[in-house]
Design a protein around this ligand. Structure first.
Ligand code: NCD
Ligand code: ZN
Length: 347
């Protein structure tokens, strides 16, 4: 049995860091294990301009613990008013690594998202020209589409037509949750990537709903049936360069998770790498954890693999993780997989 793994220091290609006291409290959880992360722009108000992204990056760097080895990779929130020239300048300066598409109303803080795609074509054409990826929250928001079907309908009615209209656009299907998402990403060619979260490899919709509602397992896109979870596990552990880790670690304070209208988001920054080692071991794919967590993402984003290394060790005693991270904004519950984990990151 393999007891030890040595991989390049991983990156997180989809992360929510928030701002202020929450940022201060949760940033060390990511910076401990990850060298870089694509930082989601869904603040209130959203990070729309290069100037706002530069200011947010400075606040993140200022919140880093002393001696941390972590680089935030900034994104811009696409609105119908986004200026193609501002995006191009932000990309050319190295500040911004992607633009994020939220269909209006899809998830937390997405009211400023896109309603009419014709209005964002000039920005998308510029992005295709300069090779800047579009990160997509791939769910339609139309009231008549069932929440469990929103990803598959997005692929058919928005993503595929958009990619046919603009084949040069580089797209990341973020946090895919269905076998349809897995299949579409597999056939997409070099301009298409897909991130997969840690929690979607572990939970299906029963975990959220059976035996009482579990608010800490509620996230968007919502976890689907077991067959979809199994498709995601096959994809993540396949070594296929289309798939890479984006935790979508999304902290909300407990008071807002355990609520009559609970916020969506699972907080997995603290224990993602041990959880992934557990999953890859179960799938007999420990030799492919590096591809998923450390190599495929940089290849898609045209960045070097990290020089620094991470060691993961397997021990007989279960690893203990904090139940909550106490932040100045309030406590945040750490994702609990519901089974013992025997892997830990060697410090
Ligand atoms: C995210 C958040 O809280 O910002 N929530 C989530 O469930 N993933 C938003 C998002 O990425 O959809
Ligand atoms: Zn997210």
């Amino acid at each position: 049995m393999i007891q030890h793994l040595d991989i390049p220091r991983p990156d997180d290609w989809h992360l929510h860091l928030r701002d202020g006291a929450m940022l201060q409290g949760i940033l060390p959880e990511t910076a401990r294990d990850f060298a870089r992360a694509i930082i989601m722009p869904n603040l209130v108000p959203p990070v729309v301009t290069a100037e706002q992204a530069a200011a947010y990056r400075d606040r993140i760097l200022a919140a880093l613990p002393e001696g941390a080895d972590f680089q935030p990779l900034m994104t811009l929130y696409l609105t119908e008013d986004t200026d193609p020239a501002d995006v191009a300048a932000a990309a050319a300066s190295g500040l911004v690594k992607a633009v994020k598409l939220y269909p209006a109303g899809a998830t937390t803080n997405s009211h400023s998202g896109v309603r009419n795609f014709d209005r964002v074509m000039p920005v998308l054409e510029k992005m295709a020209e300069i090779g800047l990826p579009l990160c997509t929250h791939g769910e339609v928001t139309t009231a008549e589409v069932d929440i469990f079907d929103r990803e598959a309908v997005f692929i058919d009615t928005i993503l595929d037509p958009l990619r046919r209209r603009l084949p040069g656009l580089r797209v990341v299907m973020e946090h895919i949750t269905t076998e349809e998402g897995v299949a579409y990403a597999a056939e997409g060619g070099d301009n298409l990537g897909a991130t997969i979260t840690t929690h979607h490899l572990i939970i299906n919709r029963n975990h959220i709903l059976v035996g009482g509602i579990k608010p800490h397992y509620y996230c968007l896109p919502v976890a689907k049936r077991e067959k979809h979870r199994l498709a995601l596990r096959r994809a993540a552990t396949s070594g296929n360069p289309r798939y890479f880790l984006g935790t979508d670690s999304a902290p909300h304070i407990d008071a807002l998770k355990e609520h009559a209208c609970g916020c969506a988001g699972c907080f997995t920054a603290t224990n993602t790498m041990p959880l992934l080692a557990h999953i890859f071991e179960e799938e007999g794919a420990l030799d492919r954890l590096s591809a998923f967590a450390s190599e495929n993402g940089p290849a898609f984003y045209r960045l070097p693999v990290n020089q620094a290394r991470m060691q993961l060790v397997r021990q007989d005693a279960p690893t203990t993780f904090p139940e909550k991270i106490e932040t100045g904004a309030g406590p945040v519950t750490v994702f609990n997989p519901g089974f013992p984990i025997h892997w830990s990151v060697k410090r």
